[in-house]
Design a protein. Structure first.
Ligand code: SF4
Length: 490
């Protein structure tokens, strides 16, 4: 009998260690694996393929006695949440032990790197370009073009930087990948090194992710002989949202204040320590072993339009089935929220979902037929960002959410440019007046004007994207704003 329980941070936070300890007290060995990503079922116990969740230490005796029908979910691999996915990046999630080189190799690990070693740098870049892979961190920039720019840039020293500063609310895919399948990220970085001529890489992880930091450090040590002469260092950031912006991230690694650099020059030409640098998100780099091992076509066959491959969507907030759901682009937002996510956790109607983190737009159910696709989201003034979907029920106050966007921006602004530094504070103050029912129409006009200035005048996405949540809340939920003046007048 094999008992398997994840040691992912979420599972541990839900009590996985205590459950594992209880099985040990009954004399059983427990294998600690990566997480399946069904967070509402954690701690999820797997015995010979059958799942029990959420399980508590007090359930262990019943599980062992075959009397735990109330939490028995059947064969995990056949669970509708798992069976409905297309897992390319998270293909090993739930199956393997995160720090087992043996498990990694036995499930196709290092196949992409092996292929890459047999190719020229140009051919590797060509493969990534043909796969259609776009940056999964938010901007959606084609990975192949970025790699090629660094490949062609003059300079003997080049770097690969992995942006693991996952700061969006409701996102956890980077963390899960680093904790669950760290060798895949390492392999992806080594492939990027071969493609560009870089022999050194950095993984920049925020300090709020101590489990991910520990796993990555251990994995880098174990994998070092296999990726040599490529080397990787793990760097821990203090956790500023703006350090997820690529140039402030570079400053942070260099030991400087995490402040955004003006572009140009692009990091691809003048990046870390002044050298040509690839900066990619965890999911982008982790997708490349599949691309190299199976071929560009195999990856590009998934998706729609110019959004190729798969996206690990993260369902969070007030949602019944929260977790990680990897799927090909093209599924609708409504399917993700209602069908996959099961609607709200408390059973109230869904009123809004925010897609793409704290700077993403709010969507009403009327837009739920929007396909999950970079261009389709742009067409409705939204962003896919890092693939996080946060669900709100009908008790949400959208004016308060719009105010929060300004407050968030004011708190996280690096202060370098005026539209963001001052605009966010003025925006919050104006929202406060509007919420108090003071000259609602005038203040809304002022907010719209301010958003225009921030969108086009800010130096980076923090200030530039704050208008998305604000204006989408005003556009799609006007009743939460217009009614303020009436309420105050009555
Ligand atoms: S937009 Fe905000 S975070 Fe970005 S550079 Fe300007 S002040 Fe800094």
């Amino acid at each position: 009998m094999q008992i398997r329980i994840s040691d992912d941070a979420l599972a541990v936070a839900c009590g996985a260690d205590a459950v594992a300890h209880r099985f040990a007290e009954f004399g059983h060995d427990v294998v600690r694996t990566s997480s399946w990503g069904m967070h509402w079922l954690e701690p999820l116990v797997e015995i010979d393929g059958i799942g029990y969740g959420p399980a508590a230490a007090a359930d262990v005796e019943n599980i062992l006695a075959g009397k735990a029908d109330a939490i028995r979910i059947g064969r995990i691999a056949e669970h509708p949440f798992i069976a409905a996915q297309t897992r390319l990046t998270f293909a090993r999630a739930g199956w393997t032990r995160p720090l087992s080189l043996e498990d990694y190799a036995a499930t196709g690990g290092w196949g992409g790197l092996k292929q890459a070693r047999a190719l020229s740098a140009e051919a590797i870049v060509e493969e990534v370009t043909r796969s259609g892979l776009r940056g999964r961190g938010g901007a959606g920039f084609p990975a192949g073009i970025k790699w090629n720019t660094v490949r062609l840039a003059p300079g003997t020293r080049k770097y690969i930087v992995c942006n693991a500063d996952e700061g969006d609310s409701g996102t956890f895919a980077d963390r899960m990948l680093m904790e669950g399948d760290p060798f895949m990220l390492i392999e992806g970085m080594a492939i990027a090194g071969l493609a560009t001529g870089a022999d050194k890489g950095f993984v920049y992880i925020r300090s709020e992710y101590p489990h991910a930091v520990a796993k990555m450090r251990a994995a880098v040590r174990l994998a070092a002989p296999l990726i040599a002469p490529f080397e990787i260092d793990v760097r821990v950031g203090a956790g500023a949202y703006v350090c997820g912006e690529e140039t402030s991230l570079l400053n942070s690694i260099e030991g400087k204040r995490g402040e955004v650099r003006a572009k140009p020059p692009l990091p691809a030409h003048d990046g870390l320590f002044g050298c040509p640098t690839v900066i990619n998100n965890v999911l982008t780099l982790a997708a490349t072993p599949f691309v190299l091992a199976k071929g560009a076509r195999a990856y590009a066959d998934y998706g729609m339009g110019r959004s190729r491959g798969t996206m690990p969507v993260q369902l969070a907030g007030n949602v019944k089935h929260g977790g990680l759901f990897e799927t090909a682009f093209g599924i609708t937002l409504g399917e993700l929220v209602e069908k996959i996510g099961g609607g709200t956790a408390n059973g109230r109607p869904v009123r809004a979902v925010q897609v793409g983190g704290p700077l993403g737009a709010y969507f009403p159910p009327a837009l739920f037929d929007t396909p999950f696709d970079y261009e389709a989201f742009t067409a409705v003034d939204g962003l896919i960002g890092h693939g996080g979907i946060t669900v709100f029920d009908d008790s949400v106050d959208m004016a308060a959410q719009a105010r929060f966007a300004f407050e968030f921006c004011a708190a996280e602004s690096c202060g370098k440019c005026t539209p963001c530094r001052i605009g966010a504070v003025r925006g919050r103050e104006t929202m406060d007046r509007m919420i108090a029912g003071e000259r609602t129409a005038d203040n809304l006009t002022l907010v719209a004007d301010l958003c225009e200035t921030m969108k086009f005048g800010s130096l980076c996405a923090l200030g530039g994207f704050t208008p998305y949540p604000v204006m989408s809340a005003i556009t799609h939920f006007p009743e939460d704003f217009d009614a303020r003046g009436q309420a105050a007048a009555e």
